[in-house]
Write a protein that binds this ligand. Structure first.
Ligand SMILES: O=P(O)(O)OC[C@H]1O[C@H](OP(=O)(O)OP(=O)(O)O)[C@H](O)[C@@H]1O
Ligand code: HPA
Ligand SMILES: [Mg+2]
Length: 166
C-alpha cells in the first residue's frame, strides 16, 4: 500500500483519534454477545493498538491480546500471513471476541484475521469502500483515493503564511 498515488490526505490528530475511537465504542455498545459484553479485545498490530486501548477502556474490557499480520508483498507474490497469533485458548473461533483496527483499506488484512477468528466482531475507526464489507462496525468512511495519516506518523511543524508561499 503506497501513499504516494493518493489524491487526498486526511490528517488525524490525537484528539480526533480519541474522539473517533470513543465514537466507535459508543456504536459498539449493544452489539456485543447477548450474555453481556465481549470476553476479550484483539488489537491488530500496530495501528489497532491505540484504538483498541481506548475501546477496551470505554467498554470496560480488561482482557486484550494482539494479532500481527504481515501485509501482502508485491515482490514475493505472497498473501498476507499471520506473524503472531493471539492466545488460542482465549480467542477460540472468535466467539465473544472484538477485533479492533485503525482502518480497513483493501480488506486484505481483515480477510486473514477473519479466517483465523470467523465468529469475532470486527471494528475499525475508518473504512474505505473496497474493504468495508470486511468490517461489522466502523465510524467514518473515506474515499478509496484518500490516504489517512495517523498521529503516530506525524509531527507538529512550522507552516509558511499563505502570503509567503507561491
Ligand atoms: O485493508 P488493508 O489494505 O489490508 O490495509 C489496512 C491495514 O494496513 C495498515 O496496517 P499496516 O499493515 O500498514 O501495519 P501497521 O498497522 O503496523 O502500520 C492499517 O493499520 C491496517 O491494519
Ligand atoms: O490510508 C492509510 N493510512 C495509513 N495506513 C494505511 N494502510 C493502508 N491504507 C492506509
Ligand atoms: Mg495495521
Amino acid at each position: 500500500m503506497d501513499r504516494l498515488p493518493h489524491e487526498k490526505g486526511f490528517h488525524v490528530s490525537w484528539d480526533q483519534l480519541h474522539r473517533d475511537a470513543r465514537a466507535l465504542a459508543w456504536r459498539l455498545q449493544g452489539h456485543g454477545p447477548e450474555d453481556g459484553g465481549w470476553r476479550a479485545v484483539v488489537a491488530i498490530t500496530r495501528g489497532g493498538m491505540a484504538p483498541a486501548m481506548i475501546v477496551a477502556r470505554e467498554l470496560d474490557i480488561r482482557t486484550v491480546d494482539t494479532i500481527s499480520v504481515k501485509s501482502y508483498d508485491h515482490q514475493s507474490q505472497s498473501a498476507p500471513r499471520i506473524l503472531k497469533s493471539p492466545d488460542a485458548a482465549l480467542v477460540g473461533d472468535g466467539t465473544g471476541v472484538l477485533i479492533v483496527d485503525d482502518l480497513v483499506d483493501t480488506g486484505r488484512t481483515l480477510e486473514v484475521v477473519r479466517a483465523a477468528m470467523p465468529r469475532a466482531h470486527v471494528a475499525t475507526i475508518y473504512a474505505k469502500p473496497q474493504g468495508r464489507a470486511q468490517v461489522d462496525t466502523f465510524v467514518t468512511e473515506v474515499s478509496q483515493d484518500t490516504w489517512i495519516f495517523f498521529p503516530w506518523d506525524m509531527a507538529l511543524q512550522y507552516v509558511e503564511p499563505y502570503r509567503g508561499r507561491d
